[in-house]
Design a protein around this ligand. Structure first.
Ligand code: COA
Length: 579
C-alpha cells in the first residue's frame, strides 16, 4: 500500500458521523482520538436504513466512519458520502469472521484495513491498512489490543489522506502481490467443534480463543448444549478426555487427550429463552457436587500454567496484586477474595502495593450477569456493591504501604472509582475510561466515588464526567488530574515502567514522610467527613435504585446482560439531534 504516499494536507476539522452497531471499545477509542484531533463527532447506531438516512440528513457529515458495523450502509448514503469501513483483516480479506479465521489458520501476522463502502461488502477502495504480529490469545483480547491500536492508526492515516487533495484510494486488486487476503465464508459451529477424543489441548484452546467474546464454541456438558468461553491451559491435572475433573472458583477443568484445560464461562444454548454468559461453576452448579475443588493460593511461588484470577508477586519491597476477572466484572465472591488477598498483602513487610488489574480490563464494576441470574437481583446487587465497597475501603485505609493502581486495560463505572482508591494511578495511554454509572438506568453508584472523585478533579469535571456519560482517554484523564500519568507503551513495557515507578517510590529516602503524609491526610479527611458517612449516603441512593419504585436500573441491566438491540441511539451520543 501507498504508506509513504506524499500528501498535501489541509488540516480542517471535520464533521464525522459514526455509524456503528454499538458504541464498543473500538468506537469509543476512535471517538476519543478524533475528538482530540478537533473533529466533531456524532454517533448513530445501526438501527435501520431510515434512521441512518435521517442522521446523515441532520448532521450533514463531511465523512462517515463505520467502526463496527454488521450490515451494509444504504446505497443512497455511500453514493453521496465517503464512508470508511473498518475491517479487522488484512488487505483483500473479506467476510464477517476475519479475526476468527486468522486465529484458526495460525496466521503469524494480521491487520486492519480501512476501505470505502461500495456495492460489495468489504471490497471497496482502500484508504489505509496496518498490520500487526499475532499473539496466541483470545479473539476478544486481540480485538481490544492489536485491532483497536491498528484501526486507530489506520483511521488517522485515512483521514489525513481524505483531507489531502491528491490521495486516491486504491481499488482492491487480487493480482497485486501484496494483496494476501481472500474472501472467507463465516465460521460455522461445525468448523469450531471440538473432538475431545482427538483434539489436543492446544487445538482446543485455539478453537475457544477464536470464538471468545462471541459466539463461543458450541459443545455438550452433562447432556446440555453450552457455548464455551474463557479458556486457559492446565499443566498438571489429567483425566478421561472430555470429562470435568476439577473446579476452582468460577472455572471448570476438563481433561483432554494430552492434559487438561480450564473453562471459565458458559452460555447455555436455549432455542426458546434468551440466555447469557455465566461463570462455568454457576451454570453447571447442580452437576458439580462430586467434582473436587482444587484451590489455588494467590501467594504460591511457582504456579505454572493453570487457572488463576487473583495472584500476588513480590519483588523486594514491592507487592504486585493481579486480578484478571473475565470482562472486568467482579461478583461478590471475587470482591471478597480480592479483599482477602489485598489485606494479606498489607501484612507483608513491603512498602508499595501495585494493583495490576488484568491485561485486558482493569475492572468494570459489579457483576451484572451474576446479579441478573440471582434469585433476588436487588439483594445480589446490594451484596455485590457492599463487597466492592469493603475492598475500596481496605485500599483507602491502608496505612503501612503506598499504593499504585496500574491500569493495563480499560475501566468502567465502579471499576474506575476502585482505581481512585489508590495513592497513585498510572495507565497506558491507549486505555479508555468510563467514569460514570448513569447509563445503567440512572444508577447512583457507590465505591466511595463521592469522596474519591472530588479529591482528584474540580467540581465542574465531577459533574461532566458523571453526567455526560462519555468515555474519556487516558491523556484527558491525566490533564484533568483524574490519573497521575499515562505512557504510550506496549503492555510489556508498561509493566516495566510501573516496576521502575514502584521501585523509585519504595526506595525514596523520603518514604516514611510520604507515608506519614498520606496517613495524616486520611485522618484530616475522616474528621471532616467519615468514610462511613460517604458510604451511607451513597448506599441510600443505591437502595432506591435496587429496591425503590423506579425500575430503571433493573431494566437497563436486563437490556445490557441480554444484549437487547438498541431501538434508538441515546441522545448524548447522537449529537445531530441537538443541532
Ligand atoms: N458485568 C458483567 N459483564 C460486563 C460488565 C459488568 N459490569 N461490564 C462489561 N461486561 C461485559 C459485557 O457484557 C461484554 O460481554 P461479552 O463478552 O458478552 O461481549 C464485555 O464485558 C465487554 O463489554 P462491552 O460493553 O462490549 O465493552 P465496551 O468496551 O464496549 O464498554 C463499558 C465498556 C464499561 C462502557 C460497558 O461494558 C459497560 O457499560 N459496562 C457496565 C458497567 C456498569 O454499569 N457496571 C455496574 C456498576 S458498577
Amino acid at each position: 500500500m501507498a504508506n509513504n504516499f506524499r500528501v498535501s494536507v489541509k488540516t480542517i476539522e471535520l464533521k464525522i458521523l459514526f455509524l456503528t452497531h454499538s458504541f464498543n471499545s473500538l468506537a469509543q477509542r476512535l471517538f476519543v482520538e478524533l475528538t482530540r484531533c478537533g473533529h466533531s463527532i456524532s454517533i448513530e447506531f445501526d438501527i435501520n436504513d431510515a434512521v441512518t438516512c435521517q442522521a446523515v440528513e441532520l448532521f450533514q457529515p463531511d465523512l462517515i466512519i463505520a467502526p463496527f458495523l454488521k450490515r451494509a450502509i444504504p446505497e443512497t448514503i455511500w453514493r453521496k458520502h465517503t464512508c470508511f469501513i473498518v475491517h479487522p483483516g488484512i488487505i483483500g480479506d473479506r467476510g464477517p469472521s476475519a479475526l476468527d479465521w486468522a486465529i484458526m489458520h495460525d496466521r503469524q501476522e494480521w491487520g486492519v484495513t480501512v476501505l470505502q463502502a461500495n456495492a460489495q461488502m468489504d471490497a471497496g477502495d482502500i484508504w489505509a491498512s496496518e498490520i500487526f504480529p499475532m499473539r496466541f490469545a483470545r479473539k476478544s483480547s486481540l480485538y481490544r489490543h492489536e485491532v483497536v491500536e491498528a484501526a486507530t492508526r489506520a483511521i488517522l492515516t485515512a483521514i489525513v489522506r481524505f483531507q489531502s487533495d491528491t490521495f486516491k484510494p486504491l481499488p482492491l486488486d487480487y493480482s497485486c502481490p501484496g494483496v494476501l487476503g481472500r474472501l472467507h465464508a463465516p465460521v460455522r459451529q461445525l468448523d469450531r467443534s471440538i473432538n475431545w477424543q482427538q483434539d489436543k489441548s492446544l487445538t482446543i484452546l485455539k478453537k475457544i480463543h477464536a470464538a471468545d467474546g462471541f459466539p463461543g464454541v458450541l459443545d455438550t456438558l452433562y447432556g446440555e448444549s453450552y457455548f464455551l468461553f474463557d479458556a486457559c491451559r492446565e499443566e498438571c491435572l489429567t483425566g478421561r478426555p472430555g470429562t470435568v475433573i476439577a473446579k476452582r472458583n468460577n472455572a471448570i477443568c476438563r481433561a483432554t487427550v494430552d492434559g487438561a484445560i480450564w473453562i471459565g464461562h458458559l452460555k447455555q444454548k436455549n432455542n426458546t429463552e434468551s440466555t447469557f454468559k455465566l461463570a462455568a461453576t454457576m451454570a453447571l452448579k447442580n452437576h458439580l457436587t462430586d467434582v473436587p475443588e482444587i484451590s489455588f493460593d494467590p501467594f504460591s511461588k511457582e504456579p505454572g500454567n493453570t487457572y488463576r484470577d487473583i495472584w500476588f508477586e513480590q519483588k523486594d519491597a514491592i507487592g504486585y496484586l493481579h486480578f484478571t476477572f473475565y470482562n472486568g466484572a467482579m461478583d461478590t465472591k471475587q470482591c471478597e477474595r480480592l479483599r482477602e488477598a489485598y489485606l494479606k498483602a498489607t501484612e507483608r513487610s513491603i512498602r508499595v502495593i501495585v494493583l495490576m488489574g488484568g491485561p485486558d480490563f482493569w475492572c468494570n464494576g459489579i457483576h451484572l450477569n451474576h446479579i441478573e441470574r440471582a434469585i433476588s437481583p436487588a439483594d445480589e446487587s446490594w451484596c455485590n456493591i457492599n463487597a466492592m465497597n469493603d475492598l475500596v475501603q481496605a485500599i483507602i485505609t491502608t496505612n503501612q504501604q503506598l499504593t499504585i493502581a496500574a491500569l493495563q486495560g480499560n475501566a468502567g463505572a465502579g471499576g474506575v472509582f476502585l482505581s481512585l482508591a489508590a495513592d497513585y494511578i498510572f495507565t497506558r495511554d491507549s486505555i479508555i475510561l468510563n467514569p460514570h454509572y448513569k447509563s445503567m438506568g440512572n444508577l447512583y453508584g457507590s465505591e466511595y466515588w463521592t469522596y474519591l472523585l472530588p479529591r482528584r478533579v474540580n467540581e465542574s469535571h465531577v459533574k461532566s464526567l458523571t453526567q455526560n456519560r462519555l468515555p474519556i482517554g487516558a491523556l484527558e484523564a491525566r490533564n484533568i488530574g483524574l490519573m497521575d500519568d499515562c505512557f504510550a507503551l506496549s503492555p510489556i513495557d508498561f509493566k516495566k515502567k510501573i516496576t521502575q515507578i514502584a521501585e523509585t517510590i519504595a526506595n525514596d529516602p523520603n518514604f516514611p514522610v510520604l507515608l506519614q503524609r498520606k496517613v495524616h491526610q486520611r485522618q484530616v479527611d475522616e474528621q471532616q467527613k467519615s468514610l462511613q458517612n460517604y458510604r451511607d449516603e451513597e448506599l441510600r441512593h443505591m437502595q432506591l435504585n435496587f429496591y425503590g419504585f423506579d425500575p430503571s436500573y433493573h431494566v437497563a441491566r436486563y437490556h445490557f446482560v441480554h444484549k437487547i438491540p438498541h431501538s434508538w441511539t441515546p441522545r448524548y451520543l447522537a449529537r445531530h439531534h441537538h443541532l
